[in-house]
Design a protein around this ligand. Sequence first.
Ligand SMILES: C[S@@+](CC[C@H](N)C(=O)[O-])C[C@H]1O[C@@H](n2cnc3c(N)ncnc32)[C@H](O)[C@@H]1O
Length: 229
Amino acid sequence: MSETIPSPNIWETPDVYEIENRGVDRTHVIEDAMRSVLDWTGGDVLDIGCGTGFHLPHFAQDARSVVGVEPHPPLASLAAERTSDMPSVSVREEGAASIGVPDGSFDVAHARWAYFFGPGCEPGLAELERVMRRGGAAFVIDNDATRSTFGQWFRRALPSYDPRAVERFWERQGWQRERLDIRWDFDSREDFEAVVGIEFAPEHADLILAEHPDATGVDYAVNLWHRRY
Ligand SMILES: C[S@@+](CC[C@H](N)C(=O)[O-])C[C@H]1O[C@@H](n2cnc3c(N)ncnc32)[C@H](O)[C@@H]1O
C-alpha cells in the first residue's frame, strides 16, 4: 500500500511500543480534552493507524462500535487478536486514504501519532470528510516540538522538522489546536531506556540517557488537532 508511512518503532518492536503506550499520559489529559470537544459514549468510533490496537478496548468501554484501521498486516493481526472477544470492535487492514466503510459512518475519529503529520496527509483528510457523520469530530494527536523537554529532544534529533509549517497546514485545513502537557512515566529505568531507544537513533538516545541519568519519565508537549464535521 503506497501511502503507508513506515513506523519502525512499533513495526520492529511492538512489545516496547506497548510499554511506551502504557507510560503515555497516565492522567488522561488527552482523553479529557477530546471528551470536552465531543464525547463518544454511545457513538461509532474510528481509530486510524491503530497499530496493535492499544486504544481500541478503551474506546469500546463507552462506544457503540469501534473500528481500528491499520495498513501494516502484522500489526492489524495483533490488533484483531487483542480485541477478538470484543463484539463491538473490528479491525480493517487498510490505510487512512481508503477506508472501506459507507459514507457518514463515524461520530469520532482518532489518530494518535499516525499518518496525519501535516503536509502529505490530504488523501486521508478527504477520506475523513467522507466517512465522518455530520456533527462528528476528528482528532489528531502529534508532538508539539516547540515546547517541553521531549520537544527539545525531538527537535535536536530532527532539525529539519518545521513546526510552523505543520501549524500552518492544519490552520489552512480549518482545524483547531489545543496545546496539551502530558508525560511519559515508566515503571522502571529499564523501561524508560528501552522506549527512548526505539524513539531515537542511538547517538541521540545515548545523549538523552546521559543527560538524564536518573529519569524514568519526562514532560511531553503534544498538539491535539481537531475538527467538527
Ligand atoms: C507510531 S504508530 C501509532 C500506533 C497507534 N496509534 C498507537 O497510538 O498505539 C503509527 C501507526 O500508523 C500506521 N500507519 C502508517 N501509515 C498509515 C496510513 N497510511 N494509514 C493509517 N495508518 C498508517 C503505522 O503502520 C503504525 O501502526
